[in-house]
Design a protein around this ligand. Structure first.
Ligand code: NAD
Ligand code: TYD
Length: 348
């Protein structure tokens, strides 16, 4: 019987992964191990809580005792590792949390795997990473699995470092690993510090829609459930030691994306055409702002037959509708710590 530890399962992507795996694999047990930082929220998983193959354990990957306890109690057989500090702006104002959770936490987790698993080749350690490890693209080209690492923010440097440690544990100790590097995700339950939910929230509240710099930075957006389906495939069918890029060939400049969101919000809230876009405000650029990300996911498509399930237009509509229909969820997560973060980040 497999008992799979999903770290960071109370976060944005983790909650989608937990929901998918718990529902699709009733014969496996899943333990969601999460520190419940500002970004973790169990409300998000209320529908999964009662499932008999699901358990939540509050714990910190920076604390070896916490990890040892969960491995001993639940006889963990495999790990899908998503727990991390994930926001670039926060990594600029406070990099050390990123070193601790993303680098030290990942190494702690693998050390506990080594201590508990007698044959490391019999268990999977799957590390979820980002395309930001590859750095910033010019106008042409895509990130491939072979693109040299060139992280440029404290966040991406911490993720790159953890990727290197995971590969080092594979080569040195024979840990059976997979790594995937995914482009920007969007969808329900994303914390409103990230571009899309922040813009939806501010648009509804009548606040500024703050665009960094000239708004021409490009991100490659993927529906979070398509990321979860890729993770499911890579976990079950991916090859030991391999890296897979995940992305949907869906590049948008920030300004075009925010204008599109503003149009959807005008329609949904019955505002006059162009009204929400008046809230757009260009502000000081992010330090070291990467210009363009874009992913080549052809290896994943060819090897594992993965494809995104919906278009960006559909996904964006669904996302706006989710936020509009779940205002209480948003109110709960933006109360408290978020206010201080927002005031510091966006003070002019
Ligand atoms: P998130 O910030 O929404 O959630 C992170 C979760 O990890 C939270 O539930 C938090 O409580 C938990 N966590 C943080 N530190 C912890 C610690 N020390 N111990 C235990 N739990 C801890 O992040 P997300 O956007 O869901 O990202 C999940 C993973 O996917 C991260 O590893 C991130 O680097 C990666 N990723 C994210 C994106 C994206 O667009 N959001 C894209 C590619 C890869
Ligand atoms: P973000 O969602 O923070 O993801 P990442 O930095 O990991 O790509 O930001 C996406 C893009 O949107 C990025 O180019 C920065 C930009 N951005 C803004 O212009 N304004 C904002 O308030 C935020 C949060 C992001």
């Amino acid at each position: 019987m497999k008992t799979i530890l999903i770290t960071g399962g109370a976060g944005f992507i983790g909650s989608h992964v937990v929901r998918r795996m718990v529902n699709r694999y009733p014969n496996f047990n899943f333990v969601n191990f999460d520190k419940l930082t500002y970004a973790g929220n169990l409300e998000t998983l209320a529908d999964v809580e009662t499932k008999s193959n699901y358990t939540f354990v509050k714990g910190d990957i920076c604390n070896v005792e916490d990890i040892n306890d969960v491995f001993s109690t639940y006889k963990i057989t495999d790990v899908i590792h998503l727990a991390a500090e994930s926001h670039v702006d926060r990594s600029i104002s406070g990099p050390m949390e990123f070193v601790l959770s993303n680098v030290v936490g990942t190494v702690n987790l693998m050390n506990v795997c080594k201590a508990h698993w007698t044959d490391l080749s019999n268990h999977i350690f799957y590390h979820i990473s980002t395309d930001e490890v590859y750095g910033s693209l010019g106008q042409e080209g895509l990130f491939e699995e072979t693109t040299a690492y060139d992280p440029r923010s404290p966040y991406s440097a911490s993720k790159a470092s953890s990727d290197h440690f995971v590969r080092a544990y594979h080569h040195t100790y024979g840990l059976n690993i997979r790594i995937s590097n995914c482009s920007n995700n969007y969808g329900s339950h994303q914390f409103p510090e990230k571009l899309i939910p922040l813009m939806i929230h501010n648009a509804v509240e009548g606040k500024d829609l703050p665009i960094y710099g000239d708004g021409l930075n490009v991100r490659d957006w993927l529906w979070v459930e398509d990321h979860a389906s890729a993770i499911d495939l890579i976990f079950h069918e991916g090859r030991n030691g391999e890296t897979y890029n995940i992305g949907g060939l869906n590049e948008w400049t920030n300004i075009d994306l925010v204008k599109r969101l503003a149009t959807i919000i005008d329609q949904r809230l019955g505002r006059a055409e162009g009204e929400t876009a008046k809230q757009i405000k260009f502000i000081k650029d992010r330090a070291g702002h990467d210009r363009r990300y874009a992913i080549d996911a052809s290896k994943l498509e060819a090897e594992l037959n993965w494809k995104p399930s919906i278009t960006f237009e559909e996904g964006l509509d669904k996302t706006v509708d989710w936020y509009l229909n779940n205002q209480q969820w948003v109110k709960n997560v933006v109360s408290g710590e978020y206010q201080t973060y927002y005031e510091n980040q966006y003070k002019s």
